[in-house]
Design a protein around this ligand. Structure first.
Ligand code: ADP
Ligand code: MG
Length: 455
């Protein structure tokens, strides 16, 4: 059996790249990948591999899609002209799906609602954006696929398969790669916008139900040494059956524990913890827990609780200092040694003001405030873990109890992108300029999402 992965790459980290890529194809025993150049192939070179040949080749001009071939007999007779998938690792053709409408557009690519032509199943297709095509298939997408395959959980969005449109002369050898996900009707950002437009917000039993599901997912990730690094409303999906699903693993990564330098340029600004803003690069699961605290506050409050108006780390830190108090060596030992401490040190000392700020809102009960204060701890080592948050009094000692997920209210399908488009259309109809300034959190997300070698 011959399997070609044709790719033009210039990465110095070639071996890691091969291993990450091979991981996507379970039948290939990459453990047996031979070190060193194994086999010449025309203008490229290859690696010998037990159970078949794996050829990684450089080609000119570079086709940007992955071209997979498993022998002519495997290609024959499939209704979509692609290759069968079940129990078989080869990619099917994107033609197997019929696009219905666009439902999202992020920094990473477009997302479409689509239907499987054969089974009628509705799915979400996320196009892999080739930002720097000459560098080949993006490492961030490889990481996202790899992590999603490793993290099967009812509260994590299910990756069904990866499909591709064939590179051909017609599309200038630029086939596209799509990740195929189960389709989920809402994201929390779109849903919350709809609710607030109607002057409503989630009730306490709904917030508890959503938070428990979110904590289950994050606890599962952290137990498997995965940091999500972009938890925010538009990346949390909610099905009509009331199941919350964490999505968008484009910035996620495995981490090994302490003393591992990671880039602090992650997590959308409004959800970014103070240790990252202050330049800490040996952070861990507590960074996700801060974002979770921001989501919790947002669900209770009905809108974002730490929303800087500009893309400005200083303004974001000022908001944090005003709500969570100012850091010093007493409440956060070591904070004055952080890289950006001198730039962003607080001018005046302030106390924690969470209780004060939300005093008049009945959603902020004593247990809710206690949980929020523990999630929004400035010192990451004091922040609550997902495991501990799951057994917090807020969920089990204070009424009302969490509702069942199937009892969450039902809404019309709402995603952040479609909600934004609808608002723009309404403004255009009313004669107001349609161009909305890009949201601060989008810009911050975009900056963070550019693939970086040191992620
Ligand atoms: P990006 O990296 O571009 O932010 P996401 O994975 O977050 O990509 O997808 C962008 C948007 O597309 C999401 O905010 C959500 O509204 C929508 N979306 C993503 N995955 C799904 C899905 N499985 N079902 C329904 N909508 C989805
Ligand atoms: Mg996203």
């Amino acid at each position: 059996m011959i399997f070609y992965l044709i790719q033009n790459f210039r990465s110095s980290d070639f071996r890691n790249w091969c291993l990450a890529l091979l991981d996507l194809f379970p039948h290939v025993r990459h453990k047996h990948l031979l070190a060193g150049w194994g086999w010449g192939w025309g203008w490229g070179w290859g690696w010998g591999c037990a159970g078949g040949w794996v050829v990684m080749a450089t080609v000119t001009p570079p086709p940007t899609a992955i071209v997979a071939r498993s022998g002519d007999e495997a290609l024959q007779g499939h209704p979509c002209g692609g290759v069968p998938l079940d129990g078989n690792p080869w990619c099917r053709s994107a033609d197997c799906y019929e696009k219905i409408e666009q439902i999202g557009e992020g920094t990473f690519g477009q997302v479409f609602k689509a239907r499987d032509r054969e089974t009628g199943r509705v799915v979400a297709l996320k196009k892999v954006l080739m930002v720097k095509e000459r560098e080949g298939f993006p490492i961030t997408a490889i990481r996202e696929i790899k992590l999603l395959k490793a993290l099967r959980h009812p509260n994590i969005v299910n990756l069904i398969e990866v499909v591709m449109s064939q590179a051909s002369e017609g599309n200038k050898w630029r086939g596209s790669v799509y990740m195929v996900f189960e389709y989920v009707d809402h994201d929390l950002k779109g849903l919350q916008t709809r609710l607030s437009e109607a002057g409503r917000k989630f009730r306490p039993e709904h917030v508890k139900c959503l938070m428990l599901q979110l904590l289950e997912a994050v606890n599962h990730m952290h137990r498997h040494n995965v940091l999500h690094r972009d938890i925010k409303g538009s990346n949390l999906l909610l099905s009509d059956a009331g199941d919350l699903k964490v999505a968008d693993f484009g910035l996620s990564r495995f981490f090994l524990g302490k003393n591992q330098a990671l880039t602090p340029n992650v997590i959308t600004l409004w959800y970014r913890p103070p240790e990252l803003l202050l330049g800490m690069d040996e952070y861990g699961t507590a960074a996700d827990m801060w974002s979770l605290g921001c989501i919790f506050g947002e669900l209770l409050y009905g809108r974002e609780i730490l929303a800087a108006r500009r893309v400005d780390d200083m303004e974001q830190l000022e908001l944090i200092y005003a709500l969570c108090g100012t850091p010093n060596e007493d409440n956060w030992p070591g904070v004055t040694k952080l890289k950006h401490w001198n730039t962003f040190r607080p001018a005046v000392q302030k106390p924690v003001a969470i209780r004060e700020r939300f005093r008049s809102d009945p959603n902020f009960t004593p247990a809710a405030i206690n949980l929020l204060e523990n999630l929004l701890q400035l010192d990451p080592s004091k922040r609550l873990t997902a495991k501990d948050a799951l057994i917090h009094d807020y969920f089990y000692r204070e009424l009302p109890a969490a509702c069942l997920s199937r009892d969450l209210p039902k809404y019309e399908a709402s995603h952040e992108w479609t909600t934004k488009k609808r608002r723009q259309a309404a403004r255009a109809a009313a004669g107001v300029p349609t161009q909305e300034p890009p949201a601060a959190h989008d810009q911050a997300g975009a900056a963070a999402k550019r693939p970086r070698a040191d992620m």
